[in-house]
Design a protein around this ligand. Structure first.
Ligand SMILES: NC(=O)c1ccc[n+]([C@@H]2O[C@H](COP(=O)([O-])OP(=O)(O)OC[C@H]3O[C@@H](n4cnc5c(N)ncnc54)[C@H](OP(=O)(O)O)[C@@H]3O)[C@@H](O)[C@H]2O)c1
Length: 309
């Protein structure tokens, strides 16, 4: 198939493009930078230079590639201060709202059969089961600093799943780790842990579901090839509370064990969003993705995955 990947040069894009090419697809990879065209060629893609926030450029790029499938992996996350999450996610929120709309319009104009978009599992309600399935509700009352983030995710999902002219698929990825991610050695999180600036807040009861970025790419290839309209959690087999994975990650990094602070101190330091992520977040089940995408993570647990990465 001809596959148009928006976000082809990012952490997930770099893993995805070569896998699509190896599976025999013709990949058109989008970037804003003339200078990244060589990298895209090396990955096996036809480079396409366009700004995702410019509807004319997107329409022209998609119109020229005439893809059968569009994959939307656009984010602009960078370094995030959890106290100002909505501020730091503003560029990503634009890509998830306006960027999604431009790609959908361009895709509709050329009649794409499938539209696969990146979402995130940190959308689920902080009540009820510790591990959520795709049909479980979104958080009805997110922390103040996470509201715009969640609204953008909701916009993306409603737009993609509501596009009845195509097979609209949203992949709710778990927390990425592995090459090129902020969890890679030298990345933001390991460095904070190393400097003991990522404490265990409260009971550390927030449940995180991780995914190795290569496994996320494999699931995305499966969705491109035979996904059906709907949402899929793309996570490993081992959702775990912060109280379990954070000390284990510190040990893997050879760092001192994280400091422990009460929730109110964590809230002062990292804001309500930080405290929520440490104490109330929910994990996700990958049963549907395994069943319907015939996909299995090569790194079924972060316990071995962190050390390998
Ligand atoms: N599920 C998760 O845990 C998750 C999800 C996403 C990201 N992350 C983390 O966040 C870290 C940082 O990610 P990131 O979002 O900063 O960057 P990234 O991984 O570099 O990916 C961003 C991609 O979006 C493209 N892009 C952004 N704005 C664009 C625009 N206006 N027009 C066209 N393309 C545009 C970039 O293309 P060009 O720059 O080439 O134009 C690039 O391909 C990653 O390393 C990862 O660890 C985690």
């Amino acid at each position: 198939m001809r596959v148009f990947v928006a976000g082809a040069t990012g952490a997930i894009g770099k893993q995805l493009v070569p896998r699509l090419v190896a599976a025999g697809h013709e990949v058109h990879g989008m970037t804003r930078s003339e200078s990244k065209q060589a990298m895209l060629k090396e990955l096996g893609a036809v480079p396409v230079v366009a700004d995702a926030l410019d509807p004319d450029q997107v329409a022209e790029a998609v119109g020229r590639a005439r893809p059968e499938v569009i994959v939307h992996q656009l984010t602009a996350i960078g370094a995030v201060d959890l106290r100002h999450m909505d501020r730091d996610f503003a560029p990503t929120n634009r890509l998830r709202t306006e960027g999604t709309d431009h790609l959908l319009s361009a895709g509709q104009a050329v009649g794409v059969q499938r539209f696969v978009a990146q979402s995130h599992i940190a959308c689920y309600a902080r009540a009820g089961a510790a591990v959520k399935r795709e049909e479980d509700p979104f958080d009805p009352a997110p922390a103040r600093e996470m509201r715009e983030n969640l609204a953008a995710i909701r916009h993306l999902e409603e737009a993609v799943l509501g596009a009845r002219w195509t097979e609209g698929i949203v992949l709710r990825y778990g927390h990425f780790y592995g090459p090129g991610t902020s969890m890679a050695p030298g990345g933001q999180l390991p460095e904070l842990i190393r400097r003991r600036k990522f404490p265990l807040v409260g009971d550390g009861g927030g449940v995180w579901s991780f995914i190795h970025v290569a496994d996320a790419a494999e699931a995305t290839v499966a969705a491109v090839e035979h996904g059906r309209r709907g949402a899929y959690n793309v996570v490993d087999d081992d959702p775990a509370p912060v109280a379990e994975w954070l000390p284990a990650l510190a040990q893997t990094l050879g760092a001192k064990q994280p400091l422990r602070v009460p929730r109110f101190i964590g809230r002062l330091a990292a804001g309500e969003a930080g405290a929520v992520m440490m104490t109330e977040l929910r994990g996700a089940s990958n049963a549907k993705a395994k069943r319907e995408l015939a996909w299995r993570p090569a790194h079924p647990s972060w316990r071995q995955g962190f050390a390998a990465a």
